[in-house]
Design a binder for this molecule. Structure first.
Ligand code: NAD
Ligand code: UGA
Length: 478
């Protein structure tokens, strides 16, 4: 173990949390820094077993390029374990990469981050660490959380043998997006390191310099780093809500949101990214991070600022609701007993993550109306869908009201349906054979494309009705 404050050499890294961030991030660090032993710890034994599964198709996070990296470094310098004690004791650097969801009850419920897992980590580190340890906030946290971590760690300044132990605290938020995580980790726009002591900042920076150009490594104070992460997500989500609000105006006026976002995004001051309208943003972070920002603003009595950011979440909820209402209206105001196929259950393509997926909200609304759903997704498991729709009955043999069925085969999922809703932009949905699908659907059949990826002309030519988000029909000129 290297605990020499004058040296930048790191031999052991520990990451607490083997989730969507901890797993891929540590895999890339291990791959790029073969001389460092990287240990990822999680209390969830099932997750750890899956990370260690011989069959790499079973690792718990699906990300393009991830299993190839895991194959190269697992059990060489990348280890997945439940052994928190040894992992913390041996670590020069500890990343805290645990979940920070919204609080469900108590003070700040519905807005504030639930920091109980982060606090637990800090206490575990405080109890077990030896010598000097750099503790890195990788989780997304409310601004000034580092102060809480520091207080907990400082209260544990000696170990059981009365040896002095010391800590440096850094904020190093993660900006990867699911589905492109490996690419984002390999070629980040920036790596942000916030901290107070230069030794720790330089030590972490050196690790990233193994593959990230130095000019992309940005250093700030702790609070700017923590806040920048929340603000980055808020800005990205704001763009999605902005264009989604315009999608409704396009439908009302005969404009086409694809054309509008293209025209607007070509202005280099605005830029083209994150202007793709859809069924509302999902994912584990946008909503929770904005709500957390709103909570912080209210805490500091900045109510106008809070209201501004809260509107982003409200528009997002409204977008999902308006899509559901529109579907019901097009189906003659009644979906009771109708079979509706949902294509795509993950919150975006190329991930098996369903957290806050728009498909869950839309499915819930339709099930309450009495629809019978058939659900397909190329990567989301049957078991995950059952957890997400736990309030509704699954019907494996036939279909009854307010029930849903999982289908492994996309054509099977479309058989006898009255309507199809495309909710996730999986590549494989782009090449569907609408001639044979139309033959197998009940008429009049509807296709609702919330991602604007299907060929509407082909669908209409095969006798189905087609609705595309953000596409206004030609209105008569006045
Ligand atoms: P996750 O739920 O997938 O993983 C968190 C893991 O931490 C879980 O497996 C849990 O069992 C484990 N854990 C919690 N407390 C523990 C403890 N005391 N000891 C051992 N293990 C413990 O979460 P995630 O998606 O990886 O997100 C982690 C953090 O990163 C969050 O703060 C999130 O906001 C942030 N983030 C997520 C993404 C993303 O794309 N998912 C991107 C950037 C930042
Ligand atoms: C997002 C950010 O992009 C990451 O930088 C950040 O690290 C991460 O949150 C986090 O903190 O968790 P992620 O949620 O994985 O990443 O995926 P995004 O690509 O941002 O998509 C989020 C949602 O917005 C998806 O439902 C997606 O379909 C939707 N979206 C995105 C649109 O509807 N239109 C767009 O133009 C872009």
């Amino acid at each position: 173990m290297n605990k020499n404050l004058n040296s930048f050499e790191v031999l052991n890294i520990c990451c607490i949390g083997a989730g969507y961030v901890g797993g891929p991030t540590m895999a890339v660090i291990a791959d790029k820094c073969r001389n460092i032993k990287v240990t990822v710890v999680d209390k969830n034994s099932k997750r750890i077993n899956l990370w260690n599964d011989i069959n790499l198709d079973n690792i718990p996070v699906f990300e393009p390029g991830l299993k190839e990296i895991v194959a190269r470094v697992r059990n060489k310098n990348l280890f997945f374990t439940q052994n928190l004690k040894d992992s913390i004791k041996n670590a020069d650097i500890i990343f805290i990469s645990v979940n920070t969801p919204i609080k469900q009850s108590g003070l700040g419920a519905g807005f504030a981050s639930d920091l109980k897992w982060v606090e637990k980590c800090a206490r575990q580190i405080g109890e077990l660490a030896l010598g000097h340890t750099i503790v890195v906030e990788k989780s997304t946290l409310p601004v000034r959380t580092a102060r809480v971590i520091k207080q907990i760690l400082n209260s544990a300044s000696t170990d059981n043998n009365s040896n002095k132990r010391t800590f440096s605290i850094l904020s190093n938020p993660e900006f990867l997006a699911e589905g492109t995580a490996i690419n984002d980790l390999l070629y980040p726009d920036r790596v942000l390191i916030g901290g107070e002591d230069d030794y720790a900042i330089q030590t972490l920076s050196k690790i990233y310099q193994n593959w990230v150009p130095q000019k992309k490594i940005l250093t700030t104070n702790l609070w700017s780093s923590e806040l920048s992460k929340l603000v980055s997500n808020a800005f990205l989500a704001q763009r999605v809500s902005s264009i989604n609000s315009i999608s409704a105006l396009c439908e009302a006026t005969g404009a086409n949101v694809k054309e509008v976002s293209n025209a607007v995004g070509l202005d280099s001051r605005i830029g083209r990214e994150f202007l793709n309208s859809g069924p509302g943003f999902g994912g584990s972070c946008f909503k929770k991070d904005i709500l957390n920002l709103v909570y912080l603003c209210r805490f500091f009595n900045l109510n106008e600022v809070a209201d501004f950011w809260y509107q982003i979440v409200l528009i997002n909820d409204w977008q999902q609701k308006r899509i559901y209402e529109l579907i019901v209206k097009k189906l003659f105001g009644n979906v009771d007993g109708k079979i509706i196929t949902i294509l795509g259950f993950s919150f975006k393509s190329n991930t098996n993550d369903t957290r806050e997926s728009p498909a869950i909200k839309i499915a819930n609304y339709l099930l309450i109306e009495g629809a019978q759903l058939k659900i397909h997704d190329p990567k989301v498991s049957h078991q995950q869908i059952a957890m997400d729709l736990k309030d509704f009955q699954e019907d494996k043999n036939g279909m009854s009201l307010n029930s849903w069925q999982f289908s492994k085969d996309v054509y099977e999922a479309l058989k006898n349906s009255d309507a199809v809703i495309l909710t996730t932009e999986w590549e494989e949905y782009k090449g569907l054979d609408w001639r044979s699908i139309s033959k197998s659907m009940r008429k009049p059949g509807w296709v609702f494309d919330t991602r604007k990826i299907l060929n509407g002309i082909e669908i209409k030519n095969n006798g189905l009705n087609y609705w595309c988000l953000g596409e206004g029909s030609d209105l008569e000129m006045i």
